[in-house]
Design a protein around this ligand. Structure first.
Ligand SMILES: Cc1cc2nc3c(=O)[nH]c(=O)nc-3n(C[C@H](O)[C@H](O)[C@H](O)COP(=O)(O)OP(=O)(O)OC[C@H]3O[C@@H](n4cnc5c(N)ncnc54)[C@H](O)[C@@H]3O)c2cc1C
Length: 243
């Protein structure tokens, strides 16, 4: 079973969707895909004509639809793999992938307890998979999302997050420039944001925090300082993951 999960499979790019000027969702058809939980990720492997190989990790952005899976890739301007995936990789092209990987940073639709999601930038990807899995399962677990981005143009899944959804509260904070006419200075997420956009610690929510390493550490420290049980604060860091 474990062997099956870790086997490399060949998927094919079936469709693309631009999320922001620098992030693109890739829908991959993967024959034999075994299914996955929201929060898990995959390894994608590329092989050049000269045999050079490189691997990167990407969170799954949505529950599986049969053998179709989605990832959302943010282009890192001087990166090796993400510019290829967002600019060159074309519908019909093959890619190797391995997964699903990760059994801890996951949300199960049977869990009834409140959920606090905190995302920085591309860290929204596995948290969006949780929101979509909740919707798909008809779960009534109450969710709150606190999402930090640079500017309104950097919001992933913007239309979907704007749509009202019972039991889901969305709060977006901007670090560089907010929407025109909106009061409040752009700022990085701090104690006041986590406190007002989140659940009180006595509600014992499951907390999922995802983004760049510094962001994740800051938010996890704030949650614990606000009284949340550290064991219920799960984190995923989007640091460099290549090999
Ligand atoms: C568990 C996990 C899940 C991930 N999920 C996603 C995801 O859903 N979407 C996504 O876009 N990325 C995700 N990543 C990051 C991804 O694996 C790559 O690190 C990223 O795409 C950059 O790869 P690259 O080859 O383009 O850059 P590289 O060639 O590896 O790096 C180029 C330069 O960018 C720096 N760098 C590398 N990664 C980042 C980064 N994430 N942010 C800022 N600077 C960086 C490097 O230090 C280097 O200076 C995830 C990482 C992990 C560990």
């Amino acid at each position: 079973m474990v062997q099956g999960k870790l086997a490399w499979r060949v998927g094919r790019l079936a469709a693309v969707r631009d999320e922001t000027p620098s992030a693109r969702t890739l829908a991959l058809d993967v024959p034999g895909w075994p299914g996955h939980l929201a929060g898990q990720h995959v390894d994608l492997r590329l092989t050049a004509a000269d045999g050079y190989r490189t691997t990167r990790t990407y969170s799954l952005a949505a529950p599986a639809e049969g053998e179709r899976v989605e990832v959302t890739v943010q282009r890192v301007p001087d990166g090796e793999v993400s510019p290829y995936l967002t600019e060159v990789f074309t519908v019909g092209d093959p890619i190797e992938l391995r997964g699903p990987v990760g059994g801890w940073f996951v949300w199960r639709p049977t869990a009834p307890d409140p959920v606090m999601l905190v995302a920085g930038g591309a860290g929204i990807v596995p948290l969006m998979a949780m929101i979509r899995a909740r919707r798909r399962a008809g779960s009534r677990a109450p969710f709150k999302l606190l999402y930090s981005v640079r500017t309104p143009e950097d919001v992933y899944y913007a239309d979907e997050l704007r749509r009202p959804e019972p039991g889901l509260d969305v709060t977006i904070r901007y670090t560089r420039k907010g929407p025109d006419g909106r009061p409040g200075e752009p700022h990085r997420i701090g104690v006041a944001d986590v406190n007002t956009a989140g659940w009180p610690a006595e509600f014992s929510p499951q907390c999922f925090v995802c983004g760049p390493t510094g962001f994740v550490e800051t938010v996890a420290d704030i949650l614990v300082a606000l009284g949340h049980d550290a064991r219920r604060v799960k984190t995923e860091r989007f640091g460099p993951s290549g090999s």
